[in-house]
Design a protein around this ligand. Structure first.
Ligand SMILES: [Zn+2]
Length: 361
């Protein structure tokens, strides 16, 4: 039975446990304090970078949590458990743990940043025109109700079903999930400017990985995949050496979309793993997204729409908003003990494979 006390219910608690474990493991720690945002209790917010192993290691396995705020709770628990596991690192190999890429969302228990931005759509160039998501233009007015009621939600899903059968699964995913840059009060909004979290992530990567030659990046999320299991998303092109490395390290399921609950994956804009690879031209980079599965696909779509309703309309009915917020939280961070135990058991396995993989290539 894994040690379940690594799970936390607030950002400050998660950070405290993570940093205690880092200290006990003898890891080096650099904190990147948030310039101008706080947690719900006024607490300060940080991206924390913790590194274990030689500072000049040429091989580094990087594991990040909280790119999507609230999704960081299980990721943080996995990072803390790994630090406490006493894992021995092979020669010339280090592990870099990035805790709470989007600390505002982590602390406020939502997916997005202080500007309602999906950080994993924010890594685009803001010097030129942002990508246009024509499909989302049609979706937006149909998924942004003033009132959140069962009838309103049923109506939204009827409309979405019609839209999907009209445009097909791929165009549906692109429109709904792909990212959009035109509606600050919408879903999967990529932002109108570089987010603080984007800049902090870039600083941390530069300061810790500039000398590395072989680098892996695992970004931990929740919300896609079967409840209690995890899935991999590998975006390296078919036939590329990086994709082959991912397959060797984590097996066929790392590249074959096993368990992925989206019928067709969107073509995403501005994602963090692409920015990571672009920042490290001197290194062979292997990137992988891991999602701990939670609720069925339709419930997660409902949660995405509920999140923006809570943010922009929920203030009018605080009692109801509180109840709906709890429903939202359980979609991304289930409280069930068996779910949390699975997170730790599976993470122990795939993190060990990551360490062995980076040491072997
Ligand atoms: Zn996510």
């Amino acid at each position: 039975m894994p040690d379940m006390t690594v799970f936390a219910e607030t950002y400050a608690e998660a950070r405290g446990k993570f940093l205690d474990a880092a200290r006990a493991a003898g890891a080096r720690h650099v904190a990147y304090p948030h310039a101008d945002a706080r947690g719900p209790a006024g607490e300060p917010l940080f991206l924390d970078a913790v590194m274990l192993g030689p500072a000049n290691a040429s091989r580094v396995f990087t594991v990040a949590s909280g790119t999507h705020g609230i999704e960081g709770y299980p990721g943080s628990a996995a990072q803390t458990a790994w630090l406490g596991s006493g894992a021995k690192l092979p020669a010339d190999t280090a592990v870099l743990l990035l805790h709470a890429n989007n600390p505002w969302g982590f602390a406020h228990k939502t997916r997005t940043t202080e500007d309602n931005v999906d950080l994993n759509r924010n890594f685009v160039s803001f010097d030129r025109a942002r990508p246009v998501n024509a499909g989302y233009e049609e979706v937006h007015p149909n998924i942004t109700p003033d009132e959140w009621s069962d009838a309103a939600v049923a109506g939204i899903f009827r409309w979405l079903d019609g839209f999907r059968s009209r445009v097909g699964e791929k165009a549906f995913s692109d429109a709904f999930n792909g990212g959009q840059y035109a509606h600050q009060d919408g879903i999967f909004f990529g932002g109108a400017r570089v987010q603080w979290s984007n800049g902090a992530f870039r600083r941390a990567v530069k300061e810790h990985l500039a000398g590395a030659r072989k680098v892996a990046f695992m970004d931990l999320h929740t919300g896609i995949g079967p409840y209690g299991d995890h899935i991999y998303l590998c975006f390296h092109p078919e036939g590329s050496p990086a994709r082959e490395r991912a397959r060797q390290w984590w097996g066929e399921r790392a590249v074959n979309l096993q368990g992925v609950t989206h019928k067709k994956l969107a073509t995403y804009s501005g994602v963090i793993i692409d920015a990571f690879a672009e920042m490290l031209p001197q290194a062979d980079v292997t990137s992988i997204v891991v999602e701990y599965g939670t609720r069925p696909r339709e419930e997660m779509q409902r949660a995405s729409m509920l999140q923006r309703w809570l943010r922009f309309n929920g203030g009018r009915d605080p009692a109801r908003a509180k109840k709906l917020q709890a429903e939202y939280e359980s979609a991304f961070y289930p409280a069930e003990a068996d779910w949390r135990r699975n997170v730790l058991e599976q993470s122990r396995d795939f993190l060990a494979k990551g360490v062995a993989g980076i040491a072997s290539c």
